[in-house]
Design a protein around this ligand. Structure first.
Ligand code: FE2
Length: 387
């Protein structure tokens, strides 16, 4: 019997190459009068933001741009941005970017209306429905944040990443246009792509998963693993970018309705302590956590392997080959090892402590204690399979 569960998807998804043009219509539907576009400086400097402002200008709507969001978005980014949103009487937010601007925008949507500090909203159920309406437009295939209900923010004082989770912060509309990813550089494509693959694998195998999250997670594995190499090596290939974008979206649906697990617990610890790119942290840790989980997730890991094209009848053999394949993929797309992050082994205890404290720790298919996290960090450090 399938356990009872709930599946809520409050976000309208508009998907397809060129669909960015629907932004004007979506803003009109929301009756937007004063818009804040939340993004980062990289997208402004690359001229990407012009695609968005051109559409808003055509609608003759008033807007302000907030482009101060940093990678691994910081508490002070969110609080400063929310203050501007209040002062400018913003009524609609457009988040344009990778996971950082989108996650920050979700938190701004809360703070601008409900006040307080962003950490006040950590965890589940602290948010009232009254948030600024949000349109998300992803420019990377990785985070899935355009359709998730969570926002991961760094507490800069404690150097700790925390998550706020509520369907109230979900976007009203996600405009998901793979054309926006055609110019993403290879290393960013690689790192964000493995982040999406990790979402799919963790969403599919999390203790709290359910059949819809499993189904979309498994399909995401197929899309991502089959296209990541081409998307990295031939970024202008729209067909590969298309599958990566859809894979990332499906993976986002999977983990937001289930959860992420220990790879993310460790990756978020690394990300908060060293301000390291999130996708890269996941890529470094994913195979080691899978090896650890294997006895508790063999059947599902075998299905993941088969979704990646591995033909092996025996589940154990398939699962082992699947993990090997993930290592090969990461190597082929040029992701570096843990040592390139200048990780200090003396920090392993602290990193392990942070991993245990992560809200997703209980979702891992195999229990992980602090000592076991230390061993996993050590393994990733000593046995780094990357060059
Ligand atoms: Fe992630």
């Amino acid at each position: 019997m399938i356990d009872s569960f709930e599946f809520i998807l409050p976000t309208k998804i508009r998907y397809g190459a060129g669909i960015l043009k629907a932004l004007g219509e979506e803003l009109r539907d929301l009756k937007a009068r004063k818009i804040m576009v939340i993004t980062d400086k990289g997208l402004v400097n690359a001229g990407m933001l012009d695609k968005v402002t051109k559409i808003i200008n055509e609608e003759s709507m008033d807007y302000v741009i907030y482009d101060e969001i940093e990678a691994n978005p910081k508490d002070y980014n969110v609080e400063a941005c929310a203050e501007v949103a209040r002062l400018e009487s913003i009524d609609t937010i457009v988040a344009f970017g990778g996971g950082s601007p989108i996650d920050a925008a979700k938190a701004v949507a809360v703070l601008a209306r409900q006040g307080g500090k962003v950490r006040d909203y950590q965890g589940k159920g602290k948010i009232k429905e009254d948030c600024l309406p949000l349109i998300t437009i992803p420019t990377t295939a990785g985070t899935g944040s355009e359709v998730t209900f969570s926002s991961v923010i760094t507490d800069t004082r404690e150097k700790f990443k925390f998550t706020i989770k509520s369907t109230a912060i979900a976007a009203k509309t996600a405009i998901v246009d793979p054309e926006l990813t055609l110019t993403v550089p290879p290393l960013v494509t690689a790192a964000t792509g493995i982040d999406a693959l990790t979402h799919a694998i963790e969403g599919y195998t999390a203790n709290c998963t359910e059949p819809i999250a499993e189904a979309v997670g498994l399909y995401a594995v197929e899309y991502i693993s089959g296209n990541i190499v081409e998307a990295v090596k031939n970024g202008r290939n729209l067909a590969a970018r298309d599958k990566m974008m859809m894979g990332s979206l499906l993976a986002g649906l999977s983990f937001s309705h289930a959860d992420v697990a220990s790879v993310h617990c460790m990756a978020e610890a690394l990300g908060s302590l060293y301000d390291a790119p999130h996708g890269m942290c996941n890529a470094i840790l994913l195979p080691y956590v899978m090896e650890y989980n294997l006895p508790f997730a063999e059947y599902k890991y075998a299905r993941i392997a088969r979704a990646m094209g591995i033909v092996e009848k025996n589940d154990h053999e398939a699962a082992v080959k699947g993990i090997e394949h993930i290592k090969e993929l990461s190597e082929e797309i040029g992701l570096p090892g843990i040592r390139t992050l200048n990780v200090n082994p003396a920090d392993f205890e602290l990193l392990a402590e942070m991993s245990v404290m992560n809200g997703s720790n209980d979702s891992n298919p195999r229990k992980v204690t602090k000592d076991e996290y230390v061993l996993l960090f050590k393994k990733a450090y000593d046995d780094s399979f990357f060059k």
